[in-house]
Design a protein around this ligand. Structure first.
Ligand code: BTN
Length: 243
């Protein structure tokens, strides 16, 4: 799919803007909404996303699908994989934390927030990504969980626009493959990048409930199965492994 860009110097949230303007977006293209800074950057589980100016990528990929497909939940995993792939081409060794966090040195460097909104043109999918590119250590340390940036890992700054272009080009290609062939071509590459080892004891939450168990496996549909203390297997399509 062709991609067009809408850039803002300041915005509340690229995801929020995209959802509010979904009816005006071209239905046959990817619209990439970006900003230099966000005043109300949002993360998963209603968390805030630190979005200071001119340091990082704040971007939402918006596109339309005719109807809700059963594998729609894999789209953020595809973007996580695209992001990991481009970080590897830049010389990093990225890992994924299920389902779609991107880690460097076991710390989060990028996160993804996927949302949808119904329009006259079909379902508008909004996949937002925040990638810490040049965020310095003092700001990273304000974040209440281990976080890093490309600059901190490498010891030198990166050109934000260059990294964004790499990501946009890779995701456009990967999304076309996904929309035609589904998650199958991505399953093994995705599993290889996942940092969690099978049988590892974890705590896990899906919104309100915290579960304890061991990681059983990543299923073919990208979901996570945990073995609970009573020996039963519980499958999750959303949630978060707790550090
Ligand atoms: C997470 O919690 O890991 C997801 C973070 C997603 C942040 C990005 S920044 C661009 C887009 N706009 C937002 O408000 N959130 C996403």
């Amino acid at each position: 799919m062709d991609l067009i860009r809408r850039h803002f110097t300041l915005i509340d949230s690229t995801n929020t803007w995209a959802k509010q303007h979904a009816e005006e977006l071209p239905f046959d293209k990817i619209t990439l909404v970006t900003a230099d800074a966000q005043t109300a950057g949002r993360g998963r589980f209603k968390r805030q996303w630190e979005s200071p100016p001119n340091q990082n990528i704040y971007a939402s990929f918006c596109f339309f699908i005719k109807k809700r497909r059963p594998d729609i939940g894999n789209i953020p995993q595809i973007l996580a994989l695209s992001c990991a792939d481009i970080l590897e081409t830049l010389g990093f060794s990225p890992e994924l934390k299920w389902p779609n966090d991107i880690l460097l040195s076991k710390k989060k460097v990028a996160g993804i927030l996927a949302e949808t909104t119904s329009t006259e043109n079909g379902l508008c999918v909004v996949i937002g990504i925040g990638l810490n590119v040049n965020m310095p250590l003092d700001i990273l340390q304000r974040i209440d969980r281990p976080a890093t940036s490309l600059a901190v890992e490498r010891g030198c700054p990166f050109d934000v626009e260059t990294v964004l272009n790499l990501l946009a080009n890779k995701f456009s290609v990967d999304l076309d493959v996904f929309l035609n062939q589904g998650f199958v071509p991505f399953l093994n590459p995705y599993k290889k990048r996942i940092s969690e080892q099978e049988n590892r004891a974890v705590r896990f939450h899906d919104n309100n409930i915290v579960w304890s168990g061991t990681i059983e496996r990543i299923e073919n549909d990208g979901s996570l199965s945990l073995k609970l203390p009573d020996g039963s297997i519980k499958n999750f399509i959303v949630g978060e492994i707790l550090f």
